[in-house]
Structure formats: structure tokens, C-alpha cells
Design a protein around this ligand. Structure first.
Ligand code: ADA
Length: 650
């Protein structure tokens, strides 16, 4: 994207009402301190904002808007060639790889997953190293941050031989203040990546739900920011019964401030042409656990709501001033929307809502997790083209660009942490709670709460929610999450329903806002016709909760036919069986007799993906290690079921 010069107009000089605000992209972060604290995690909000170049006050041309993609005047990308080596002996540190460049190593292009092809490390589990040098001019105002979009499963980072720290979660961003470690001239950054699956962690040894891709799989960059900057910014909105919108604004400030007078102004404006601010207010200082934040609230009556059919976006700007001078300006795109339940009804902006869509892994056979933006967009546009209004980003937080695109397209997002089949003894362990569950929930909320499309937080996927330890986990996780954000729905995807209609094993469903069940009646168990009784019985156990079928699907080899698929049996890989399976399930879910409590149908899964436990289940060998329940293949070729879903969803 052609970078545009950003022209600043200081609002303290020109009456700001006449001023077109110029937006520069600033990434908002809270940094990992450079003290090498191994468990110190960054909390990052990576925003993409519109560059609203100033309109010439003499009535000159109105500059068209461009959307900056992660670049800011002070960004230096570190994407591209990095030296790479496996480290199966775990001897890299002892061999000095953290502090000395190994120029003989081959290079790989970052963002990268190093184990995507069968001939290279496909099954590798262990440590690997990426290294590169970069030049630093030395000139900088403020602090310099080294930012990673994501490293999976875990990453440890050194700069010029100094340990910066470790980030233990594979699908969220993290960063380090490296101002004091940088040197003028050539610098060496070294990253040890580790995809060893751990016993007491999230995910744990029970995890085998998708390929254990590993690498520096999202962008790396240096960011220069003021000493004091707005690290996160968001707007929460509620629709009153009177039809007005009550909005609350929060801007969290990071960095050192020796007591000077700070002032922060919030400003709201439409996106696109004529984006004149229509509201502004000073923030009130609120100190919360040591961090300085500014808050404001206001009511609006003539704004356009964000809905899947009309995802109206606005620009929220926070201008931070110290002693009267502007020190930092942060901007995000936001929207007016309100998600809530009323008994067994799900409501969006006061209107009944039925979530229709698919689950989507951020995976591709060629790129692993490191999909280029155009492929991210292609997936989401195809899901939207189905007639979907929702996407469940299974089973981990995905790249920021995915949520940006959902904001734009009008796809409601259900996003979750990767607690997939995690042993309930692990989930209910207080150490795991503090080291793995709460930090991942906190990073997910901090980094994604500013997106209007995000409406549902998921705390886990298929665990022993029929056991007391499962209830301990859910209670703690829901309470922790609610403290961070009480404006969104909280849930988990349950598979403890299979004994319905006679009994409901799950003992945790009363703790969440909506009930989500992953069900495969007619594939793994039972008959596809038995879903109706299950849904009615589940409603009988929890009459006050909306019910969503968060997963349903069957393995399907494109082109395989069966003229007479029966009602069950997980050995029928034909497209005809998938058509019958999906159609039968949707007929029962969408039956008008259930419209008072059925609130969603999310197909498992949008695209086929690599899955280590798909083997020896009757499939032809060439389809080993592929979860084929997709509506499209791994290469995104549509199966016949795509049209079927299009007809149902339209
Ligand atoms: C579970 C799980 C999914 C996938 C699915 C399947 O519901 O949540 O990740 O593994 O089963 O394909 O069987």
C-alpha cells in the first residue's frame, strides 16, 4: 500500500472544529519490560486505522482516504529472510545461537511456519531457531518496541545476545521495549521457537485438534513510540429501551510520566468522506491497577448501528496531550452494537438474532498459520457469500486483519482461547489458571475488544464439563473474563450432551450466557434424525438460555458419490452423505417450533485442514491427516455442500 505522508494539524492552534483530523496509524501496546522476565507478557492492541489526510483548508482537493495496514511513520518491518535451523538436541543456547549469527544456515521468509510440507519437518515437535540482523540508525524520539504478531507454540527472544523474554501463547501478539538493548549499526535478533506440547499447559497433551504448525507466523516489526502513548482504546455501547445509544470510551495510557499534566480528548467521526468529528469530550482520569486510563461516556441518538447487513463503522480518536502539547494520537475503527440475551432469545440491537455461519481455522496447507492477507480476506468473503452473519474463529485468536475484515464485512465473531480437549485436572489447576488460562483470556480481550464484530468470548472447546473440576474451571474463567469485559457473551462449546434426551451430563451450562453444543449425531454417534429430541430436551433443562449448535459436519471427499446415503455411520465420506447430514441437521435446527430458543447454526468447518488425528478411520490413505468436514477443500475449492448451505442461509 502506497504510504502517504501524514500531515499533523495541531488542534491547539487551529480551532479544531474547522480542522480535519489527520489520523496516523499508531499501534497501541502495553510492552513487555526489557527485564527479561520470562513470563512477562505483552498486552497488545494492534489497530489498523484510516489515514484521513488533512483536507486543505483552502478548499483544495479532498484527499481520498487510505487505510494504513500496520505501517506507521516510525515502523521498520523485520519480515523477510531469516536464518533458520532446527534444534532437535535443544543445544542452541549452549551453542551460542542466541547471541551469534549463524550465516551458514539456510533462510526462510518470515512470516513463516517451517513444518507445512511432508518432506520438511512435517511431524517435527521441538525447538527451532530463527535469526536475522538489521541496521539501526540510532536516531529516535521516545522508546523503540520489538513487536511480534505471533510465534507458535512458544517463543523466546534475544536481542544482541540479551534475553528479552518468552511468550508462551501461540496466537496473540507480544512485544518488548528494546530501546536500551538496540545499538547503532548492526543488531542481531534471535528467536527460539518451540512447539513441544506440554503436560500442564493450555493446550495440553490432550490436544491434537489441528496441525502443530510452528514458526514466526505473523509479522515482526520495530515501532518507535513516544515515552507516553495510548496503548489501548475502545468503545462499548448499549442500546437503551428508548432507542438511544449509551457509549463508554476507554483509553489506557502507557509509559513514564513524571507528573506533568495530562489531558486526553476522545473524538468520534464517520469513516470515509466528510469525516467531520461529530462528538468530542475530555477523558476523566481513572487509575486502575497502576495503569493510567481515561474514560468518558455519552449518549447518541442519530448514529447508524453496526449489523451484519449494514456494518456501519466509525473512527474513534484519542489525542493525548502533556502540558498542552499533543504527544500521541491513537485511532481505531468502531461501531454501535449491543449483543444480549433475553431469556432464550439472542438479541442484537434489540432485534432477534440467529447466528448462521461456519467455523474457520486460520490454516492453509501451503502457509500453515501464516496466510497472506489476501487469502484471509478470500476466506471471509466466501463465508459471507454463503449468507453467513457469523464466523467462529476456531480454536484460537487469529490475525488482527481477520477481525478487521469481519468488522468491514459484517461477520459477528465468536473468538476463543485454545483450550481444546484440555484435561479438566489441568483446567482446574490453580497454577494453570494463573499461568495459562487467565493470561490468554486477558491477551485475547486486550487485543481484540476494540473490534465491533467481536461479540462472543469462548473459554474452551470440549472438556469434561460434566465433572466438578470442569465447573471450577468455568466459574473461575467466566468470573475473570466478566471482570475484564461485561459487554459481550461468554460461552464454551460443550460435547457433554450425547446422553440426551434422557440425561444431560453437562453441569456447567447455567454458568454461561448462551449454550453452545458441538454435535455429530449421525456421524460419530446416533442418527442424524436424533438431533430434534436432543435440542428439545436441552431446552427443557435450560429453558432460559439461547442454544447454538456451534459445530456439526461430516468428512467428505470431493467427487465421491453415494446415491443412497443412510442416516448414520462415520464411514460414508461421500458428498451425498454430507449434503444429507447438513440438510437434516439444519432442518431440525431451523424448525419453526424451535425458533424461540434456537439461536444459531455454525457448520464444522469452512475449509478442510491438516489434522493429526484423521487417520485409520476408513478413509483412503491419500486423505490421511486431513479433516475433510469442510464446505471447501484445503485449496478452497467448493464442494457441493457449499451451494446447499447457500440455499439454507439465503
Ligand atoms: C470437535 C472439535 C473440532 C473438530 C471436530 C471434528 O468438535 O471441536 O475441532 O475436531 O470435533 O472434526 O471431529
Amino acid at each position: 500500500m502506497q504510504e502517504r505522508p501524514v500531515v499533523w494539524i495541531d488542534t491547539s492552534v487551529v480551532p479544531w472544529a474547522a480542522v480535519w483530523m489527520v489520523m496516523a496509524l499508531q499501534l497501541a501496546f502495553a510492552g513487555c519490560q526489557a527485564d527479561g522476565d520470562k513470563n512477562q507478557d505483552a498486552v497488545v492492541q494492534d489497530t489498523t486505522v484510516q489515514d484521513q489526510s488533512a483536507q486543505d483548508q483552502t478548499g483544495g482537493d479532498v484527499v481520498e482516504l487510505t487505510c494504513l495496514q500496520g505501517d506507521s511513520p516510525s515502523t521498520q518491518s523485520l519480515d523477510g529472510p531469516w536464518h533458520f535451523s532446527l534444534d532437535p538436541e535443544m543445544s542452541g543456547e549452549a551453542s551460542g545461537w542466541s547471541s551469534a549469527l549463524q550465516p551458514s544456515w539456510p533462510q526462510r521468509m518470515v512470516p513463516d511456519c517451517f513444518n507445512t510440507e511432508k518432506e520438511d519437518n512435517f511431524f517435527y515437535e521441538g525447538r527451532a531457531w530463527y535469526q536475522r540482523t538489521f541496521e539501526w540508525s540510532g536516531a529516535q524520539e521516545g522508546r523503540v518496541w520489538l513487536v511480534f504478531g505471533a510465534v507458535g507454540l512458544r517463543g523466546t527472544v534475544w536481542l544482541n545476545g540479551q534475553l528479552l523474554g518468552e511468550h508462551k501463547f501461540g496466537h496473540t501478539a507480544f512485544e518488548f521495549d528494546v530501546t536500551d538493548q538496540l545499538k547503532e549499526g548492526t543488531n542481531l535478533v534471535s528467536v527460539a521457537v518451540d512447539n513441544t506440547i506440554l503436560e500442564k499447559a493450555v493446550p495440553d497433551k490432550e490436544w491434537n485438534g489441528w496441525w502443530n504448525y510452528a514458526g514466526i507466523h505473523r509479522s515482526v516489526r520495530l515501532e518507535t513510540r513516544p515515552e507516553l502513548f495510548v496503548k489501548s482504546l475502545w468503545m462499548d455501547t448499549k442500546l437503551t429501551t428508548g432507542g438511544t445509544w449509551e457509549a463508554s470510551f476507554v483509553a489506557q495510557v502507557s509509559g513514564s510520566n513524571s507528573g506533568e499534566k495530562l489531558r486526553l480528548t476522545f473524538q468520534l467521526q464517520p469513516l470515509g468522506e466528510g469525516c467531520e468529528p461529530f462528538w468530542a469530550a475530555p477523558g476523566d482520569v481513572a487509575e486502575s491497577n497502576g495503569a493510567t486510563s481515561f474514560e468518558a461516556s455519552a449518549s447518541f441518538s442519530d448514529v447508524s448501528p453496526w449489523t451484519p447487513d449494514s456494518p456501519a463503522l466509525y473512527q474513534l480518536v484519542a489525542t493525548l496531550e502533556r502540558d498542552g502539547a499533543t504527544v500521541h494520537r491513537q485511532a481505531i475503527r468502531t461501531g454501535f452494537r449491543h449483543i444480549r440475551t433475553e431469556g432464550s432469545q439472542l438479541l442484537l440491537n434489540g432485534q432477534p438474532l440467529f447466528l448462521k455461519g461456519a467455523n474457520r481455522h486460520e490454516m492453509h496447507p501451503q502457509y500453515g498459520f501464516a496466510l497472506p492477507d489476501e487469502l484471509q480476506r478470500a476466506d471471509l468473503e466466501d463465508i459471507k457469500a454463503l449468507g453467513s452473519n457469523t464466523v467462529r474463529l476456531s480454536h484460537y485468536p487469529q490475525s488482527q486483519v481477520v477481525y478487521d475484515i469481519c468488522d468491514e464485512l459484517g461477520l459477528i465473531v465468536y473468538t476463543e482461547i485454545p483450550a481444546w480437549h484440555t484435561d479438566v485436572a489441568v483446567l482446574s489447576d490453580p497454577v494453570v489458571e494463573k499461568e495459562w488460562i487467565e493470561p490468554q483470556l486477558a491477551e485475547m480481550v486486550a487485543q481484540y475488544r476494540h473490534h465491533p464484530s467481536v461479540m462472543i468470548w469462548g473459554i474452551a472447546n470440549e472438556f469434561a464439563s460434566d465433572k466438578p473440576e470442569g465447573r471450577v474451571f468455568v466459574e473461575n474463567a467466566v468470573n475473570f473474563l466478566r471482570e475484564l469485559d461485561d459487554t459481550r457473551l461468554i460461552t464454551f462449546a460443550s460435547d457433554r450432551h450425547v446422553f440426551l434426551p434422557h440425561a444431560l451430563p453437562d453441569i456447567c451450562l447455567d454458568l454461561v450466557d448462551i449454550i453452545c453444543i458441538n454435535e455429530y449425531y449421525g456421524w460419530y454417534y446416533g442418527s442424524m434424525q436424533s438431533l430434534a429430541g436432543v435440542l428439545d430436551a436441552l431446552h427443557g433443562f435450560h429453558p432460559d438460555k439461547p442454544i447454538v449448535v456451534s459445530e456439526f459436519g461430516s468428512e467428505t471427499i470431493p467427487g465421491l458419490t453415494n446415491p443412497a446415503p443412510d442416516d448414520g455411520g462415520m464411514d460414508d465420506f461421500s458428498e451425498d452423505f454430507q449434503l444429507k447430514f447438513l440438510g437434516t441437521h439444519l432442518d431440525q435446527i431451523l424448525d419453526p417450533s424451535r425458533s424461540a430458543f434456537m439461536a444459531g447454526a455454525l457448520i464444522w468447518v469452512y475449509a478442510d485442514f491438516r489434522d493429526p488425528h484423521r487417520i485409520d478411520d476408513g478413509r483412503p490413505e491419500e486423505y490421511n491427516y486431513i479433516n475433510m468436514k469442510g464446505l471447501v477443500t484445503m485449496e478452497r475449492e467448493r464442494k457441493r455442500s457449499w451451494e446447499l448451505i447457500y440455499d439454507y442461509f439465503r
